[in-house]
Ligand binder design. Structure first.
Ligand code: DC
Length: 209
C-alpha cells in the first residue's frame, strides 16, 4: 500500500504521515528533507540557492539515510528549500529516489507537495492535508519554540504566506490537491482527531479492495 500525503507548510502532514507509517508498519519518507538537504548543501558550500548546476549535483548525491534533521528543520532552511525546490532540474534529479522508495515491497508513506500528483500518481491512498494560514503559523511558532528558537509570530505568518505562494505558484510540480485526493482540514483538529480522520480514509480504501 502506498500512502501519499501532500499539503502546505505546517498543515500537520508530517505528523500524520509519521503516525500512519507507524500504525501500518510502513517505511516513511519526508520528501521535504530532500529539498532541505539540497539547500543546506549549497549554503554549506557558500553557493547561491539558484546555482542550478551545483543544486542538481547536490540533489543527485543525497543519501536517504544521512539527514541531520536537527540542522534541516530550522526555519530558514524551509525557506531555502522552497527556493531550491522551484528549480525544475532539481525536482527531476529527485524523482527517481522518491519513486524507488515508494515501490518497496512493503509499501510506503511519503509526504510532500507533489506526491499524489507527480511522484506517485497511482498511490492507493491520497490525502491532501491543509489548515488555515493562521493555525499553521501558530503551530510553526510552537514547533520553533520547542527547538529553542524565539520566532516572531508576524514574521512566521509572513514566511508561511510567502512559501505557500512560491510552492503553489511555481511551474514545475506546484503544490496542489490531486483530483482523487481526500481533503483533510486540520484547522480545528488536534493530532489525535487528525490521525483518526486520516486512518479512516486509509481504512475506507483497504476495505474497498
Ligand atoms: O515539507 P517541508 O516544509 O519540509 O518542505 C520544505 C520545502 O521543500 C517546501 O516549502 C517546498 C519543498 N518541497 C517540495 O517542493 N516538494 C516536496 N515533495 C517536498 C517539499
Amino acid at each position: 500500500m502506498i500512502i501519499a500525503i501532500d499539503g502546505p507548510a505546517a498543515s500537520g502532514k508530517g505528523t500524520i504521515a509519521r503516525r500512519l507509517a507507524s500504525f501500518y508498519n510502513l517505511p516513511h519518507l519526508d520528501t521535504g528533507l530532500l529539498y532541505r538537504a539540497t539547500a543546506q548543501g549549497l549554503l554549506a558550500a557558500d553557493l547561491p540557492l539558484h546555482d542550478e548546476e551545483h543544486a542538481v549535483a547536490m540533489a543527485r548525491g543525497l543519501a536517504l539515510t544521512d539527514f541531520d534533521e536537527n540542522l534541516l528543520r530550522g526555519a530558514h532552511m524551509g525557506e531555502a528549500a522552497s527556493i531550491v525546490a522551484a528549480i525544475p532540474s532539481v525536482r527531476e534529479a529527485l524523482v527517481q529516489v522518491q519513486r524507488e522508495f515508494a515501490q518497496r515491497k512493503s509499501g510506503a508513506v511519503l509526504d510532500g507537495r507533489d506526491i499524489g500528483t507527480i511522484i506517485c500518481p497511482h498511490a492507493d491512498v491520497k490525502i491532501f492535508v491543509t489548515a488555515s494560514r493562521e493555525v499553521r503559523a501558530m503551530r510553526r511558532v510552537l514547533e520553533l519554540q520547542s527547538r529553542g528558537e524565539a520566532p516572531d509570530p508576524e514574521t512566521v505568518l509572513a514566511d508561511i504566506a510567502r512559501r505557500d505562494a512560491r510552492d503553489a505558484g511555481r511551474t514545475s510540480a506546484p503544490l496542489r490537491q490531486a483530483d482523487d485526493a481526500r481533503m483533510l482540514d486540520t484547522s480545528d483538529l488536534d493530532i489525535e482527531a487528525a490521525f483518526s480522520a486520516a486512518r479512516a480514509f486509509v481504512e475506507a480504501v483497504r476495505h474497498k479492495v
